[in-house]
Design a binder for this molecule. Structure first.
Ligand code: NDP
Length: 332
């Protein structure tokens, strides 16, 4: 078996040379209740850049859609498909009984014919991030104005579409012409390329009454601009801050931005961070709801699929270059 490890500390944007493939020798025989799984699709996600995974020579973390290829567990016969948080590994021996967390291991839910890879994107962690962020943190209501950034990404694209379905005016910001075209085609709201438009001017024009809901995937300067436009009682969901993950300057490495305290106080604005893993008990409800919206033709999903285990570092780095439309996955 083989796995990807990080051989260097990331400095700024990760480089292919920061990663290395190493061999792993797996035991010839399984113990009672163990299974051997083989990856079919790997996920690469922005959190993998995070400091909690920053020790050198550590296995790259991550989930995969895998198939059971040997089994000594009655509940997981050969051929069973699972989602497993086992890192960037092609084959893994696993005892499912020892894993209590749904977000670390579960059988592939019934996707009703949708692609298995969706279980890493729209019907998995990123889809649920959008769903719970919008439903539980922002608690969006019809008629509100919702701003979403990284809007053509795995999380952002679903947040926009749920916003539209709930009757919000959605202002979606993304980083390329191609991405704006896709978002327009799926009807995700008013679409802007943040490299071209002035965010402040755009919000003045398209949200003259202010922004009710801000789903923030990006942080940094972008958020400074949006915060000035929040409406009284507006809500901000702090989902991610990808614009800052590769910062090397110690002053900006921790994601800090200035905002006007008085405005936030007098306007009674709520800013709430969240981690999708907090919604473990409702995990399958989120997935089932999004799945049904896709089957009803109300939500569209897109994927950028790289080919082969060898392409994992490039696929991961691609996220920070804006190279993905929808969810970035790697096919084994
Ligand atoms: P995406 O599919 O959105 O991929 C990353 C995208 O981020 C890129 O395509 C690019 O889109 C954008 N981006 C990259 N660098 C920058 C930059 N410097 N400034 C602005 N945008 C940039 O990833 P995900 O949907 O998986 O994740 C989106 C966000 O959600 C991330 O911040 C992530 O950390 C966070 N997240 C949080 C979770 C939680 O539980 N709180 C769970 C999952 C994700 P573009 O071309 O449009 O700029």
């Amino acid at each position: 078996a083989k796995k990807w490890i990080r051989q260097n500390d990331f400095q700024g944007l990760p480089k292919v040379s920061d990663f290395k493939v190493v061999k792993e020798t797996l035991p010839d025989t399984l113990k009672d209740r163990e299974i051997l799984i083989e990856a079919e699709y790997y996920s690469v996600d922005p959190y993998m850049r995070g400091t909690m995974f920053n020790s050198p020579d550590s296995t790259m973390p991550g989930s995969q859609v895998a198939r059971v290829i040997q089994s000594r567990h009655p509940d997981y016969p050969v051929g069973t498909k699972v989602i497993a948080f086992v890192g960037w590994r092609d084959r893994t021996i696993y005892n499912p009984d020892l894993v209590k967390k749904m977000t670390f291991f579960h059988k592939l839910p019934d996707l009703k014919g949708l692609p298995d890879s969706y279980a890493l994107g729209v019907l998995g962690m990123p889809g649920n991030t959008a769903y719970f962020g919008v439903e539980k943190i922002l608690k969006i209501k019809e008629g509100g104005t919702l701003v979403v950034n990284s809007a053509a990404g795995a999380v952002g694209s679903i947040a926009c579409q749920i916003g539209k379905l709930k009757g919000c005016k959605v202002l979606a910001f993304t980083g390329s012409f191609e991405k704006t075209l896709w978002l327009k085609r799926i009807g995700a709201g008013y679409i802007f390329d943040y490299n071209i438009v002035d965010i402040d001017e755009t919000l003045k024009e398209y949200a003259p009454e202010g922004v009710d809901y801000y789903f923030d995937n990006v942080g940094g300067d972008f958020s400074c601009q949006v915060m000035k436009h929040m409406k009284p009682h507006g809500k901000i969901a702090l989902c991610g801050a990808i614009s800052c993950y590769n910062n090397v300057d110690p002053d900006t490495k921790c994601v800090t931005i200035p905002f006007d305290y008085n405005t936030f106080i007098y306007k009674h604005i709520t800013m709430e961070g969240f981690r999708v893993t907090e919604y473990e008990s409702e995990w399958l409800d989120g997935i089932t709801n999004i799945r049904d919206l896709i089957l009803e033709g109300k939500v569209s999903a897109e994927e950028t699929i790289s080919k082969g285990f060898e392409s994992m570092p490039e696929a991961f780095i691609n996220l920070f270059k804006g190279g993905n439309i929808g969810k970035q996955v790697v096919k084994a």
